[in-house]
Design a protein around this ligand. Structure first.
Ligand code: 13P
Ligand code: SF4
Length: 303
């Protein structure tokens, strides 16, 4: 038995002892995904967090995801294995700046991407994820909506709905590393491959894609497609599940540099330390949580 087997066995033992569940995002490193009880996109992880009967949730992802879990499951202990795992895009909007923006667009409903703080969600009318942004924006009974913080997802939603979308200028630095040039180079190298990208990519990259989907949607597309080769335009952690679940198919990164340093902060050791020490609990003040939950619940009712 090697060191990594010992780690995995100890995590499993402590997980039972604590009645804990391990949730991991599709961008986590492979060995963290493999130890998780559930791996998925932001939407499915929030649904899991809302429905689990565990006492403890070990959230292998970034801060806003653990916060969302804490809002949906206030009686559970939600632990983030690396307290510094944040999301630079989520940090591009604050509640104060959003209040000022709302004042400039009175009466316009606000949709916030789940990649945002609890404070920002509390200022918003609807939450959405990349899997349901189009559906949520379309469902709103107004011609104009404010969308924060991701300008690319917001713009993508505006092209797929009848709504006029007022964009915030946030973006994901990792998805910005996927450029039209890198996609064109990969298309030239693998002419038979389908191009599947995440809606956090720029408009130029989206224009080159055969399909646009959340990480779970990308996995579904690859699984259901009759094609055998795919150029994948999102964070590279997703290649782990793509390859594991589709051994006969080939996957190429649209850009080798599309690695989110925050998603890579979680390691097996940190998961074990979380279970041992029960530190890094993520909590949200009750009043903020109640207002943020309204926006999240509205989303969960629509999807
Ligand atoms: P999804 O897995 O929901 O598509 O999210 C992508 C993302 O950037 C999470 O940080
Ligand atoms: Fe944030 Fe982008 Fe990293 Fe997702 S991939 S956590 S949006 S920085």
């Amino acid at each position: 038995m090697n060191c990594s087997d010992n780690l995995v066995n100890e995590i499993r033992r402590l997980k039972r002892e604590r009645n804990a569940v391990i949730l991991a995002h599709n961008y986590q490193i492979g060995e963290v995904q493999d130890i998780a009880d559930f791996v998925g996109d932001s939407l499915r992880l929030s649904q899991q967090a809302a429905s689990t009967d565990a006492d403890v949730i070990i959230f292998c992802g970034v801060h806003f995801m653990a916060e969302t879990a804490a809002i949906l499951s206030p009686k559970k202990t939600v632990l983030l294995p690396d307290i510094y795992a944040g999301c630079p895009m989520a940090d591009m909007v604050t509640a104060e700046k959003l209040r000022e923006f709302k004042a400039e667009h009175p009466g316009t409903p606000v949709v916030c991407y789940v990649n945002s703080s609890a404070d920002v969600k509390a200022e918003s009318d609807y939450c959405c994820t990349s899997a349901n942004a189009v559906k949520i924006v379309e469902s709103i009974g107004a011609d104009k909506v404010i969308f924060v913080p991701d300008q690319h997802l917001g713009h993508y939603a505006s092209t797929k709905t009848s709504k006029s979308v007022v964009l915030w200028n946030g973006f994901c630095p990792t998805h910005r590393r996927i450029t039209a040039k890198s996609v064109k180079e990969q298309k030239a190298a693998y002419p038979e491959a389908r191009v599947v990208v995440h809606p956090e990519c720029t408009t130029e990259v989206i224009a080159l894609a055969d399909a646009v989907a959340s990480t779970e949607g990308i996995l579904r597309y690859a699984h259901e497609s009759n094609d055998g080769e795919f150029i994948i335009g999102t964070e590279l952690g997703i290649l782990h599940r793509l390859q594991k679940e589709n051994p006969g198919k080939r996957f190429y990164a649209a850009a080798e540099r599309a690695i989110c340093p925050n998603m890579k902060r979680t390691t097996l050791e940190k998961v074990l330390w979380s279970l041992q020490d029960m530190e890094n609990a993520i909590t949200v003040p009750e009043d903020i949580a109640a207002r943020a939950k309204r926006a999240i619940d509205r989303m969960l009712e629509i999807v």
